[in-house]
Design a protein around this ligand. Structure first.
Ligand code: BEZ
Length: 228
């Protein structure tokens, strides 16, 4: 199954480094980020897991729960965590799903349905499609899917930036332009007519073309108060 924006994130039960979870119950009313890894003890993923641990406070402050997944069993995750702490300076401080039966990887469309066998006999390259980032909203709908190649470490600051945009645009009828960062100007959503926009923005808007209506970010936070 290919999952895309707007689909309900499939629910599942899984063993994690912090105990058994039922995914939707674990998410509760929070936003969530599920990020996946093809095997434990892989170099690029080692750096990613350490970096995610170092910026977890940024996710916490946005009300976002983070959870990793790797195809190995959780015993291997425990040993890998020690390597991550020693080499990256921060051990994973979030749950890591063990997926040795490929259940979640298949449910989320990252491995083919016919994959089977001993997970420890599969190479990282065999599982190279298990390198996704899913951002999930409090409504359990998928808001973002990123798929990375095995040789490119993920930019998790970009994930935070998208979450800032998603949370802003969930609450205001605006969209965010290219390279937008928290506090930058935004675009009035296309669903808002000019008459409605005049009521919402009595001071007007900047309009280089009639279809581009630029206004300051609503509820703009003071500079430096949020963001990685
Ligand atoms: C890694 O370095 O994390 C990696 C290596 C091979 C396949 C997938 C990931």
């Amino acid at each position: 199954m290919t999952l895309t924006i707007g689909d309900t994130a499939p629910d599942f039960e899984a063993e994690t480094t912090e105990g058994t979870i039922r995914f939707h119950d674990w998410l509760g009313d929070s936003w969530g980020v599920l990020f996946s890894h093809p095997r434990d003890f892989t170099p690029v993923c080692t750096t990613e897991l350490g970096y995610m641990a170092s910026i977890k406070p940024e996710f916490d402050s946005r009300g976002v729960k983070i959870i990793g997944l790797s195809v190995d069993p959780i015993d291997n995750h425990e040993q890998w965590s020690r390597d991550i702490a020693e080499t990256q300076g921060t051990a994973p401080n979030y749950p890591m799903i063990g997926d040795p039966e490929f259940k979640v990887s298949k449910l989320y469309g990252m491995l083919a349905e016919d994959v089977s066998g001993d997970p420890t006999e599969r190479t990282p390259a065999d599982n190279q499609t298990v390198r996704n980032v899913f951002v999930i909203g409090p409504d359990k709908k998928i808001k973002l899917v990123l798929v990375y190649p095995m040789t490119t470490g993920r930019n998790f600051d970009e994930v935070l930036r998208v979450i800032d945009s998603l949370q802003l645009t969930a609450n205001h009828k605006v969209a965010t332009p290219a390279q937008w960062q928290q506090g930058d100007d935004v675009i009035i959503a296309g669903s808002v007519s000019d008459d409605q926009a005049r009521e919402m923005y009595p001071d007007g808007w900047e309009s280089p073309r009639p279809y581009i209506r630029i206004v300051p970010q609503p509820d703009r936070q003071p500079a430096g108060s949020r963001g990685a």
